[in-house]
Design a protein around this ligand. Structure first.
Ligand SMILES: C[S@@+](CC[C@H](N)C(=O)[O-])C[C@H]1O[C@@H](n2cnc3c(N)ncnc32)[C@H](O)[C@@H]1O
Length: 336
């Protein structure tokens, strides 16, 4: 996959108007692009680990902005409604005569977005490289359809009264793996609890409804938008919300940790993220604390679980998922 900033420099070479030295806006900024070619932009990003990497590179990051600019770049997202919403936000953030740039890979649908925008605007230029494309246009009149695109990013109600939003994990339905975890979770859950990668709060709401013995529940989630949905879905006073990278979270002494860990951040499976969640959970638990997790059946987490827990019990398995209970977290010095 070509570095996305290569395409932006191609576009700059092809005559795209020069961005301002300060305050160009980058929507859904990526951490494998070099935005210093855009001066000192404001990078809008909602996924905490990506935000942290952009911060470390010295970029200003934000989750929303009221700043107007003469230059806005949208890095397209996997979700089509989310991308259209971002395009509408970027267009609205531009001064009249400003430049909107849309960049992305074919696998994320850049060509379909180009087709959609071509019907509404005059496209000023296009540059292609490897598996991706960048195109740009000038802001003038505002088509009404942008209101619909903005609306497409607002939380909507799905089954069981849950609110979710375009682009978050399992936005349209409750995840089957999470359902399996709930069906097989111990009734003894109580004390200080945490939900690692809590998403829009499905597991959290259910365990709070189920157990009065829970004294507090920390929902730790990297996706800012998913966590905002969780705030709508989980209104129990025992819930506390943390926009954080679970693998960096500082909390300790938990009695129970539940999780349906992420297994990819790109399109391919990346079991290392799940392994990092398991390792982190073992350090967050009290000595008698327990981890309850669900995972895709084909993901090999057993070795990591054995390295970090004294007892690992398979609870149930389906053709797709497995539920595991792990206890007796090992102290770091005793690990292999
Ligand atoms: C498989 S989903 C499970 C979501 C939710 N628990 C459920 O049952 O619907 C994994 C969640 O982990 C989040 N996530 C990914 N990487 C993360 C990280 N480093 N720290 C915290 N959360 C993360 C994702 O945004 C996603 O919401």
């Amino acid at each position: 996959m070509a570095n996305p900033s290569i395409r932006i420099s191609l576009a700059l070479d092809a005559g795209i108007p020069t961005p301002p030295e300060k305050g160009a806006l980058v929507f859904n900024a990526l951490d494998d692009a070099d935005y210093s070619i855009l001066g000192s932009p404001i990078c809008l990003q909602w996924f905490k680990p990506t935000c942290d990497r952009l911060d470390a590179l010295g970029f200003e990051t934000a989750q929303s902005t009221s700043t107007k600019s003469s230059f806005a770049l949208v890095e397209i997202a996997r979700s089509k409604p989310q991308t259209l919403g971002l395009i509408a936000q970027a267009y609205d953030a531009l001064d009249i005569g400003g430049t909107l740039v849309v960049n992305g890979d074919k696998t994320y649908g850049i060509e379909s977005h180009q087709k959609t925008l071509r019907k509404l605007f005059e496209i000023d230029g296009v540059a292609s490289k490897a598996h991706g494309k960048v195109f740009w246009l000038t802001k003038n009149t505002r088509p009404d359809i942008l209101d619909q695109w903005l609306q497409g990013m607002a939380p909507v109600e799905i089954e069981q009264g849950f609110q979710t939003q375009a682009g978050v994990f399992s936005a349209g339905h409750v995840d089957k793996g999470s359902m399996l975890l709930l069906d097989n979770l111990t009734n003894r859950i109580g004390g200080r609890c945490a939900d690692l990668g809590a998403g829009w709060g499905y597991l959290s709401r259910a365990i709070l409804e189920r157990s009065e013995k829970i004294t507090s529940l920390d929902l730790i989630e990297a996706d800012f938008n998913a966590l905002n949905c969780a705030r709508l879905n989980v209104t129990d006073q025992r819930a506390h919300f943390h926009w954080d990278d679970a693998t960096q979270f500082a909390g300790k002494g938990y009695d129970f940790i539940i999780m349906n860990p992420p297994f990819h951040q790109t399109r391919k499976a990346e079991p290392d993220i799940g392994k990092a969640f398991i390792a982190k959970a073992s350090t967050m638990l009290a000595p008698k604390g327990q981890l309850w997790m669900v995972a895709n059946r084909q993901l090999a987490y057993e070795e990591t679980l054995d390295a970090h827990f004294g007892q690992v019990t398979p609870v149930t398995e389906t053709t797709q998922f497995k539920v595991i209970n792990a206890s007796r977290p090992k102290k770091p010095t005793h690990r292999r």
